[in-house]
Design a binder for this molecule. Structure first.
Ligand SMILES: Nc1nc2c(ncn2[C@@H]2O[C@H](COP(=O)(O)OP(=O)(O)OP(=O)(O)O)[C@@H](O)[C@H]2O)c(=O)[nH]1
Ligand SMILES: [Mg+2]
Ligand SMILES: [Zn+2]
Length: 326
């Protein structure tokens, strides 16, 4: 049955600060409103700019009636194999790692590549810097690799005095999302950076997850110094929507920087004659591990390309906002 139109004329502008399926929380200035989505066709994620209509004169609750075009988005491939947005209208992705759970750097590479393809800034935070394992040579060496490529890397901890100082500077006046494995401390960082928010985090948890503390839905918080920070549920794995094979290297800054020196302009850096990447990897100036991450995504993109050519499905176009072309 078609739902009666709630009256788009009185619609106000707002922003999705949390979404649990068809139930969402809309932020409007300093207030938030628990809303549902009008009809079945609307789909929103955290960060979406929307139009909503208050349900009654007191403004308690309401209905979201429309969503504005996104200026950017972070998306993933769902279990069903479709590209789906995770968060919208963001500037920056912060990959959060920790010594425990043991860091998955290839996961980190996939997040960073997704950020590059979506036109987002990206940075890394090694959280739980208070733990002795945070000083392990293997972890420090990987972090140095990311620094050399040009990603800001900060150390954070809720157990050290002002343990979020480095991160705070990176987040100022931008919309950022914290991503990473479950248990690295994303929500703890939110609590550290957004004073008085602890209760709010628990309130969202109670409604959705029956006593578990792990985050189950993204939520957006305003930072006191300016800017917004989005907490996202931890993952075991993350597959970004892939661009065409020739564009995969643009997700890896060091490969994109080397590519102009390759003999062939369409070099895929997989052992072609005159490839500039191979000698850099041999001398250690390009990380073999990062190169393996690239080649893995290149293979997936090539396989997906094959399947799409036969089925005529959608493919993401690289660049800001990763729109889709048919
Ligand atoms: N030692 C130490 N433990 C921390 C730190 N930050 C978080 N933890 C602990 O790590 C565990 C997980 O923290 P969360 O903030 O829930 O992690 P999360 O990344 O939000 O996890 P998900 O919501 O499942 O993705 C908790 O037991 C925290 O107390 C830290 O800086 N140092
Ligand atoms: Mg969490
Ligand atoms: Zn090459």
């Amino acid at each position: 049955m078609k739902e009666r139109d709630p009256g788009h004329d009185q619609a106000r502008a707002g922003r999705i600060v949390a979404a649990h399926g068809r139930r969402v929380v809309v932020g409007d200035g300093d207030t938030t409103h628990s809303c549902r989505l009008f009809g079945r066709r609307l789909n929103v994620v955290c960060g979406d700019l929307v139009r909503w209509v208050p349900a009654d004169a007191e403004g308690a609750g309401g209905i979201v009636v429309g969503v504005e075009p996104r200026r950017s988005e972070l998306a993933r491939i769902s279990q069903a194999g479709a590209a789906e947005a995770i968060v919208a209208n963001l500037d920056q992705l912060v990959a959060v790692l920790a010594p425990l759970p043991s860091p998955d750097f290839s996961l980190c590479d996939r997040y960073l590549a997704a950020a590059e393809w979506a036109g987002l800034s990206a940075a890394l935070a090694l959280n739980k810097a208070d733990l002795p394992e945070a000083g392990a040579a293997a972890i420090r060496a990987e972090l140095d690799t990311y620094r050399e490529i040009g990603y800001p890397v900060v150390l954070t901890s809720k157990k050290l005095a002002d343990g979020a100082a480095g991160l705070r500077g990176l987040l100022r006046d931008r919309v950022s999302v914290l991503v990473g494995q479950s248990g690295v401390g994303k929500s703890s960082l939110i609590n550290l950076l957004v004073p008085g928010v602890e209760a709010e985090v628990r309130a969202i948890s109670r409604a959705t997850e029956e006593g578990r503390h792990t985050t189950t839905a993204s939520a957006l918080y305003r930072l006191p110094g300016g800017g917004d920070l989005i907490d996202s549920p931890g993952v075991r794995d993350f597959s970004p929507p892939l661009p065409a094979p020739r564009d995969v290297a643009s997700g890896f800054r060091e490969l994109a920087a080397a590519a102009p020196d390759c003999r062939f302009p369409d070099c895929r850096h997989t052992g072609e004659p005159g490839c500039a990447v191979e000698p850099l990897a041999a001398s250690g100036r390009i990380s073999r591990r990062r190169l393996a991450s690239y080649r893995h995504l290149l293979k997936l993109a090539t396989d997906v390309g094959e399947r799409l050519r036969t089925s005529g499905r959608l493919r993401p176009k690289p660049g800001r906002g990763s729109r889709f072309r048919r």
